[in-house]
Write a protein that binds this ligand. Structure first.
Ligand SMILES: Nc1ncnc2c1ncn2[C@@H]1O[C@H](COP(=O)(O)OP(=O)(O)OP(=O)(O)O)[C@@H](O)[C@H]1O
Ligand SMILES: [Mg+2]
Length: 300
């Protein structure tokens, strides 16, 4: 749950200030990505945890309204629902404080779901325990279904022994974290290419897509390393980049499952990302498939 609080400026140490407005907005990378994938055309089942609190109830209801199967969403008996406190200053600048709560209580038994029988692919992100990231990959790999990872938020996850990853998609900061490098080391196509190659070698992922915001995405396929290149973003009037990354990774994953063509999938994802960047907020800015298709038709 995101608590978005508007105020003129951040308080200084020891200072109290009045805010002008606040609202609770459904968030969380996993939930945003689930909603994005659903709108992009997939049938989505959500596996995860919220708290046994009113936020948890609201988050579940929101997912269900978006048509997502929540039968594997558990309500943790003790930990509260994950919370992000987002003070937004007048100039639109924000800072985010994340309290992971129930997200970090997910257990291996939560993954007792019919992978092979029910799912064509698994998407996951790094807002959950590392042991669960590992176990999810292991089970998906056993069931021979591909894993698509959105590598946010930036975290030093040990990337060896993560079987079954088909597409790994970090942004630049996340890629740097995974490689133990400074983000500045990833400037330019040559550095991006080397980073993608290293990431692919670390975990065996055949496809690496590094998100670069309005500059597009760097696309690397281990089978054709010489063809690696930046695919540009669509040029739009940016209002708010929140959830553009979630929109992108999910739409890319959905299209990739349909076509097996990474370039086409990245283009589809870029359209969803661009649309999200033109709208305020997270989940409200995630596009329906018809909107993505209409957007692409006007550009191509
Ligand atoms: N301002 C923008 N204009 C056009 N396209 C954009 C813009 N921002 C993002 N996109 C598209 O969405 C994709 C993913 O966005 P971005 O690189 O910001 O992801 P991210 O860093 O993971 O963001 P997030 O903080 O939402 O997780 C980009 O590769 C691009 O195609
Ligand atoms: Mg992201």
């Amino acid at each position: 749950m995101d608590l978005v609080l508007q105020l003129a400026r951040m308080p200084l140490k020891g200072e109290s200030l009045l805010g002008s407005r606040y609202s609770y907005v459904a968030g969380g990378k996993g939930a945003n990505q689930a909603v994005a994938a659903g709108r992009a055309g997939a049938e989505v089942t959500f596996v995860g945890r919220v708290g046994s609190d009113t936020h948890g109830q609201k988050l579940q209801a929101g997912l269900e309204e978006a048509g997502i199967d929540t039968r594997y969403l558990r309500h943790d008996p003790e930990a509260p629902s994950g919370l992000a406190v987002i003070p937004v200053e007048e100039d639109g600048e924000n800072r985010i404080i994340v309290y992971p709560g129930a997200n970090m209580e997910i257990e291996k038994s939560d993954l007792d779901t019919p992978f092979r029988e029910s799912f064509d692919a698994v998407m996951l992100n790094f807002e959950i325990p590392e042991s669960i990231i590992r176990e999810t990959c292991r089970r998906a790999s056993e069931a021979e279904i591909p894993v698509v990872i959105d590598a946010g938020p930036p975290r030093e996850v040990d990337m060896s022994d993560l079987p079954g990853i088909e597409i790994l998609s970090p942004n630049k900061a996340e890629a740097a974290h995974l490689l133990g490098e400074e983000p500045e080391a990833l400037e330019g196509e040559k550095a991006l290419s080397q980073a993608a190659k290293k990431l692919s070698e670390k975990n065996g992922a055949p496809k690496i897509v590094i998100k670069l915001g309005s500059s597009g995405a760097f696309v690397f396929e281990a089978a054709f390393p010489d063809r690696a290149a930046v695919m540009p973003a669509f040029s739009v009037e940016t209002i708010d980049g929140t959830a553009a990354g979630d929109a992108f990774t999910s739409a890319m994953a959905v299209r990739y499952l349909e076509t097996g063509d990474l370039a086409e999938a990245v283009e589809f994802g870029a359209a969803a990302g661009a649309i999200a960047a033109t709208k305020l907020g997270a989940q409200p800015s995630l596009a329906e498939r018809s909107e993505i298709e209409a957007f692409l038709a006007t550009f191509l």
